[in-house]
Design a protein around this ligand. Structure first.
Ligand SMILES: [Zn+2]
Length: 74
C-alpha cells in the first residue's frame, strides 16, 4: 500500500536486499527471508551513489567542453 514510503534495506544476517515499509520509530523492518530486523540504508548509500556518478559525469563533460574549447573542437 505505502510503496512510496518504502526504504532500501539490506539484511545483516542473510544479505537480502530490497524495498520494505519501515516501522516507526526506528524505521526497522523484518527481513522477508529470515525475519532479522533490518535498519534502513542511508539515502547516500542508494540514491547518493547514483547522484555522485551523475555529478562526476556532468563535471567531466563541462571540463572537456570548457577546456577543450580552445582547440577547435567547437
Ligand atoms: Zn535476512
Amino acid at each position: 500500500m505505502s510503496w512510496w514510503f518504502d526504504k532500501a534495506y539490506e539484511c545483516p544476517a542473510c544479505g537480502w536486499q530490497g524495498m520494505c515499509a519501515p516501522t516507526p520509530p526506528l524505521d526497522e523492518a523484518p527481513c522477508p527471508e529470515c525475519g532479522e530486523l533490518m535498519t534502513p540504508r542511508p539515502w547516500w548509500d542508494t540514491y547518493g551513489r547514483a547522484l555522485l556518478i551523475l555529478a562526476i559525469v556532468v563535471v567531466a563533460v563541462l571540463f572537456v567542453a570548457y577546456f577543450g574549447g580552445g582547440h577547435g573542437f567547437w
